[in-house]
Write a protein that binds this ligand. Structure first.
Ligand code: BES
Ligand code: MN
Ligand code: ZN
Length: 496
């Protein structure tokens, strides 16, 4: 989408469609008031007849509003004005984008960013407008032979801001929002691709492509033999059960001096999780193609970082393989040796994410990182605890946890902290190795993080469990691109 910013009166906009809000019950927003005033109460007369109440989800398309220069006026229901919060604002933006995309207008001036949203400035409103609009118009149809394309799709959206003084903040918001939207779309696409296409090799190719197009980004792919040399016995034990070769993808973005310590992001890249010998039940097993959404978010984030040319050093690491049952696969009770030297008893082959992440964590030590954040669709237990709204957050450093929580809040891509207390570590006790890879029925999201923490002792580390937030089920089945907005916000806060 071609986005731009403007400040001006709605009746003076030469456009195929003007988007303005209406609050419940039948209250015009400021921009709608202005259109009403020039058109001799054209809007208020229609509204009085009861065509639109202003409830969220309601829309009303008007043509030929007198004394305006636009072809159409699209009224968007925004709910009660005093309840107009972040969620309602995003909903209005999404409804507006989808409606205008269908109604034949190819360009539009959107006045929704002029609505007051409590606690938020123009920068936030415009950035959310870009991100939400792009997300609402996203379609994944590359594997459908018949595409359901709008006949005259929307190509150009101008956001109106209240005053000329807002223009520079709004321009910055446009850039940041567009880069985040790119990262989210990349992550959604990779997540949505099926496991027979999106293999570890495919992920490596995608990362390599990005490396060719961005000059500050170097991409290196470690092969099975490289990982053998490094002693990544834990990661390789998962990969052994699959015909697909494993990859360890390293994306190094250098936007600052060499002595500035990098921010490292590690994304779980299980391109299909069958459970292995501890095989999963078949219901909804197709959704385990999404088990690489952590990897997808890291690759998406690298797109965003290179697009924004952030003045930071940022490293993305993606350990990637399949988890399959096979004659060579891990068996319950097998003991493997991780790159750190610690031994692990694999009591359940379905707890494979931690087995690949632990070696990637040890590998990340060589970068002397400022912080390390891993992102993983790690546990069903996290979905039980937090549902699909909040990403689970656990970590070993108060400051880092706080930074991630606050980045989640301001980006609207929220995380919620779970305790990583020492006492939970007992659940990982093994009679035969240094630790087991599972911690029993209780507190599954926490014991998974406890396992990882044993490989992150030398760094400021946090873990984001995105099992509930990375994709949606049912009619809306598909990847969300989370937590690219949270991660980008974390980095943007470091630039300031
Ligand atoms: N990828 C799954 C976690 C998952 C399950 C995410 C369902 C989203 C929905 C992970 O590899 C896994 O299988 N975890 C097990 C761990 C258990 C064996 C300790 C789980 O959560 O059941
Ligand atoms: Mn699993
Ligand atoms: Zn998994």
């Amino acid at each position: 989408m071609d986005f731009s910013i403007k400040s001006g009166h709605p009746e003076k906009q030469r456009s195929a469609c003007i988007i303005v809000g209406v609050f419940e019950p039948r209250r015009l927003s400021a921009a709608a008031e202005q259109l009403d005033a020039v058109s001799e109460a054209y809007l208020s007369n229609i509204i009085r007849r009861g065509d639109i109440e202003g409830k969220p989800d309601q829309t009303l398309l008007l043509h030929n509003v007198p004394n305006t220069l636009c072809d159409r006026v699209l009224l968007i229901g925004c709910g009660k004005e005093r309840d107009f919060n972040e969620v309602a604002y995003r909903k209005a933006l999404a409804t507006a984008a989808m409606t205008v995309n269908e109604n034949g207008a190819m360009d539009t001036v959107n006045f929704l960013p002029e609505l007051p949203v409590k606690g938020h400035d123009v920068y936030w409103k415009v950035r959310q407008a870009v991100e939400t609009t792009e997300a609402a118009l996203y379609v994944f149809d590359e594997l459908k032979t018949e595409k359901d394309k709008a006949r005259r799709p929307l190509r150009k959206m101008v956001f109106s801001v209240p005053s000329r003084r807002d223009l520079s903040a709004a321009e910055q918001a446009l850039k940041d929002g567009a880069a985040i939207a790119t990262g989210v779309a990349v992550a959604r696409r990779l997540g949505n691709l099926p496991a027979n296409i999106c293999t570890p090799t495919y992920l490596a190719e995608q990362a390599t492509e990005l490396g060719k197009s961005a000059n500050k980004l170097k991409v290196k792919v470690l092969e099975q033999s490289d990982m053998e040399t490094l002693g990544m016995g834990s990661l390789l034990s998962v990969a052994k059960g699959s015909r697909q070769p494993p990859k360890l993808i390293c994306m190094e973005y250098r936007g600052a001096d060499n002595d500035s310590k990098p921010y490292v992001f590690i994304g779980k890249g299980i391109t299909f999780d069958s459970g292995g010998i501890s095989i999963k039940p078949s219901a909804a097993m197709d959704e385990m193609k999404f088990d690489m959404c952590g990897a997808a978010s890291v690759i998406g984030l690298m797109h965003t970082v290179t697009e924004l040319q952030l003045p930071l050093n940022v490293i993305g690491i993606v350990p990637s393989c399949e988890n399959m049952p096979d004659g060579l696969a891990n068996k319950p009770g097998d003991i493997v040796t991780s790159m750190s030297g610690q031994t692990i008893e694999v009591l359940n082959t379905d707890a494979e994410g931690r087995l690949i992440l632990c070696d990637a964590l040890t590998y990340s030590e060589r970068f002397s990182p400022e912080t390390v954040v891993d992102i993983a669709t790690l546990t069903g237990a996290c979905v039980v605890a937090l549902g699909s709204q909040a990403t689970g957050l656990l970590g070993n450093h108060r400051g880092l946890n706080n930074d991630l929580l606050s980045a989640g809040k301001s980006s609207g891509d929220r995380a919620w902290e779970l305790p990583l207390w020492e006492e939970y570590q007992e659940q990982l006790k093994s009679n035969f190795a240094d630790m087991a890879n599972i911690g029993g029925r209780e507190a599954g999201a926490i014991t998974a993080a406890c396992f990882l923490s044993r490989f992150a002792k030398k760094m400021h580390w946090a873990h984001l469990d995105i099992a509930g937030t990375a994709w949606k089920h049912g009619d809306e089945k598909g990847a969300t691109g989370r937590p690219v907005p949270l991660l980008t916000q974390y980095l943007l806060d470091k630039v300031k």
